[in-house]
Design a protein around this ligand. Structure first.
Ligand code: NAD
Length: 498
C-alpha cells in the first residue's frame, strides 16, 4: 500500500501537521485499494504556495536559455519514460494502456510547444513611434499560479498548462484529482531530474478545502481549472472575486451529426471510437449521435454490431475499454442507463449485461447504445461521462443544428458528411468551441488552443497554444526617449505625436 504525499520544494512531504487525513486510491480494474493519498487543507496549501512564492523571483529572472535547457531535458526524459507514466495512469484511472500512452503523447506535445518559448515570448518594437521615441512590448510572468485538474486525464490535463506556465517564468502549485494522484507526483519527480529549481513546481493533494485555499490565496496570481461544469463555475466566480485571472474548463455533451450522404460505415466506426473510447470518460467523447433523415435504422444497426464486439476489461490485458474510475461513478452511470430505459428510450445494446476480462471486482460497465432518445430524457440532458451513446433522430439539418445550439454545453461537436458545403455551413453556424469534420474527437493540438463555449468554459482563455502563453503572461509596453531629453521643455498638454 503506497502513501501518496505532497511534493513541495522538490521533495515529498506529509504536509502541515494538522493535515493527516488520507483518501483511498483504487485500481478500478480490480477494485483493490492501492494507495492512500494525503488530503491537504488550507495549512498545506499555504506551504505549497509559500514554496512557489519563494521560488518565483529567481525563476522569473532565470534566462530563457537556461529555462529552455530544463524544458528540453524534461521533454527528453518524458519521451524516454512515457510507458512508465502510461502504466501509472492505467493503474489508477483504468483506461487501457494504449489510450494512456496517447494521453501522455498529447501532454508531451505541449512540452515541445513550450520549448519554443523564446520565439513565442518575443515582443514588438517600434522605432520612431514619435520623433526619436521608441516603443516596445514585453510579456512577463504572473507569479505563482494554480492548476486544478480532473481525474480523466491525470497526466495530460496538467500538461496543458504547466509546461507553458514554467517556460514563461511562473511557479506552479498543481492540485490533481484525488482519484488518480500518482501521475502528478511522477511528473514532479521528472522535473527535479530535469534540473528544475526547488519550489518551481509543487503538487498539493486534496479536495475542496485545498482548492478553496488556492482560490482565495493572495499570493496565487491565476487559476487554471478543468473539471465538471458546476465546479468550473464555482472556481471561476470565487477566484475572479479575489482578483485572479481564471480559465475554468467545464463539462460537455458532445453531439455528432450524421447527414444522410455520409459514409455510414465510417460514421459507425467513429461513433464507436468516440463514444466508448476511455469508457466515455473524455470531455471530447461523443455522447449524442444525431441521425439526420432516413439513415437512422441502418446506422444504429451498424453501431450496435460494432458495440457488441468490444471487449471490456483490465486495461493491462489488451481490452478495448477499461472500467469506470470509481464504484460510485460506475453506479451513477448504470443509474442513467436505468433512467433512460424507464423514460422510454430503446436499449439497443445493454452495457449492464456482459462479462469482463479482469480479476477481482473492478468497476466495469459495458457499452450501452440507446435509440429514440428525446431531448427531455435525463440521458440527454445530463453529462453521463460513461460508455453510453444516445441516438436522437431528426428529419433535417436545421433541426440538427437547432438541437446542438440549444444545448447548454459547447465543448466539441462533429459532423459526418461528404458534402463540403454542408460541413462549411455547420462549422460556421454551430455554437461550439471545437469542431470535427469527419473527425469524431478533435484532439488537442498543442499549438492550437483547446476549449469550449457556453457552459464548457468560464473565462476568456482556452488552454495552450498562443492563448496559453498570453494567459500565463502579462503585457507591458515601454516608451523610450534617449536623445534630446528636454524635448521642448515644459508642456502640460497631452503629447501630439510628431
Ligand atoms: P470534478 O469537477 O469533480 O473535479 C475536478 C477538480 O476539482 C478535482 O481536482 C477535484 O478535486 C476538484 N473539486 C471537486 N469538487 C470540488 C469542490 N466542490 N470544490 C472545489 N474543488 C472541487 O471533475 P472530475 O470528475 O474529476 O472530472 C470530470 C469532469 O471534467 C467532466 O465533467 C469532464 O467533462 C470535465 N473535463 C472537461 C475538460 C475540458 O477540456 N472542458 C477536460 C477534461 C475533463
Amino acid at each position: 500500500m503506497e502513501t501518496i504525499r505532497h511534493w513541495i520544494n522538490n521533495e515529498y512531504t506529509a504536509g502541515a501537521p494538522e493535515d493527516r487525513d488520507t483518501a483511498d486510491v483504487t485500481n478500478p480494474a480490480t477494485g483493490e485499494v492501492t494507495g492512500r493519498v494525503h488530503m491537504g487543507t488550507a495549512a498545506t496549501a499555504d506551504e505549497a504556495v509559500a514554496a512557489a512564492k519563494a521560488a518565483f523571483p529567481a525563476w522569473r529572472d532565470t534566462s530563457l536559455t537556461k529555462r529552455m535547457q530544463v524544458l528540453f531535458r524534461y521533454r527528453e526524459l518524458l519521451n524516454a519514460r512515457k510507458e512508465e507514466l502510461a502504466a501509472l495512469i492505467t493503474a489508477e484511472h483504468g483506461k487501457v494502456l494504449d489510450d494512456a500512452l496517447g494521453e501522455v503523447t498529447r501532454g508531451l506535445e505541449v512540452v515541445e510547444f513550450a520549448c519554443a518559448m523564446p520565439h513565442l515570448l518575443k515582443g514588438g518594437y517600434t522605432e520612431n513611434a514619435s520623433t526619436e521615441v521608441d516603443v516596445h512590448s514585453v510579456r512577463q510572468p504572473l507569479g505563482p499560479v494554480a492548476i486544478i485538474s480532473p481525474f480523466n486525464f491525470p497526466a495530460m490535463v496538467p500538461m496543458w498548462f504547466f509546461p507553458i506556465a514554467i517556460a514563461t517564468g511562473n511557479t506552479v502549485v498543481l492540485k490533481p484529482s484525488e482519484k488518480d494522484p500518482s501521475a502528478a507526483n511522477w511528473e514532479a519527480e521528472l522535473w527535479k531530474e530535469a534540473g528544475l529549481p526547488d519550489g518551481v513546481f509543487n503538487v498539493l493533494h486534496g479536495g475542496k478545502p485545498a482548492v478553496d485555499r488556492l482560490l482565495e490565496h493572495p499570493d496565487i496570481a491565476s487559476v487554471s481549472f478543468v473539471g465538471s461544469t458546476p465546479i468550473a463555475q464555482y472556481v471561476y466566480e470565487t477566484a475572479t472575486a479575489t482578483g485572479k485571472r481564471v480559465q475554468a474548463l467545464g463539462g460537455a455533451k458532445n453531439h455528432m451529426v450524421v447527414l444522410p450522404d455520409a459514409d455510414l460505415d465510417v460514421a459507425a466506426d467513429n461513433a464507436i471510437n468516440a463514444g466508448f473510447g476511455s469508457a466515455g470518460e473524455r470531455c471530447m467523447a461523443i455522447s449524442v449521435l444525431v441521425a439526420v433523415g432516413d439513415i437512422a435504422d441502418e446506422l444504429v444497426a451498424k453501431i450496435a454490431e460494432r458495440a457488441r464486439t468490444l471487449r471490456t476489461g483490465d486495461g493491462r490485458r489488451g481490452a478495448d475499454m477499461g472500467p469506470l474510475v470509481t464504484v460510485a461513478h460506475r453506479d451513477r452511470v448504470a443509474g442513467f442507463v436505468d433512467a433512460g430505459e424507464q423514460a422510454g428510450a430503446t436499449v439497443v445494446v445493454d452495457g449492464r449485461q456482459g462479462s469482463y476480462d479482469a480479476e477481482g471486482s473492478g468497476f466495469f460497465l459495458g457499452p450501452t447504445l440507446f435509440d429514440h432518445v428525446t431531448p427531455q430524457m435525463s440521458v440527454y440532458t445530463e453529462e453521463i461521462f460513461g460508455p453510453v451513446l444516445c441516438v436522437v433522430r431528426v428529419d433535417t439539418y436545421d433541426e440538427a443544428i437547432e438541437l446542438v445550439n440549444s444545448n447548454p454545453y459547447g465543448n466539441g461537436t462533429a459532423i459526418f458528411t461528404n458534402d463540403g458545403g454542408a460541413a462549411r455551413r455547420y462549422q460556421n453556424e454551430v455554437s461550439v468551441g471545437m469542431i470535427g469534420v469527419n473527425v469524431p474527437i478533435p484532439v488537442p493540438m498543442a499549438y492550437y488552443s483547446f476549449g469550449g463555449w457556453k457552459n464548457s468554459l468560464f473565462g476568456d482563455s482556452h488552454a495552450h497554444g498562443t492563448e496559453g502563453v498570453n494567459f500565463f503572461t502579462r503585457g507591458k509596453v515601454v516608451t523610450t526617449r534617449w536623445l534630446d531629453p528636454s524635448h521642448g521643455g515644459i508642456n502640460l498638454g497631452f503629447p501630439q505625436n510628431g
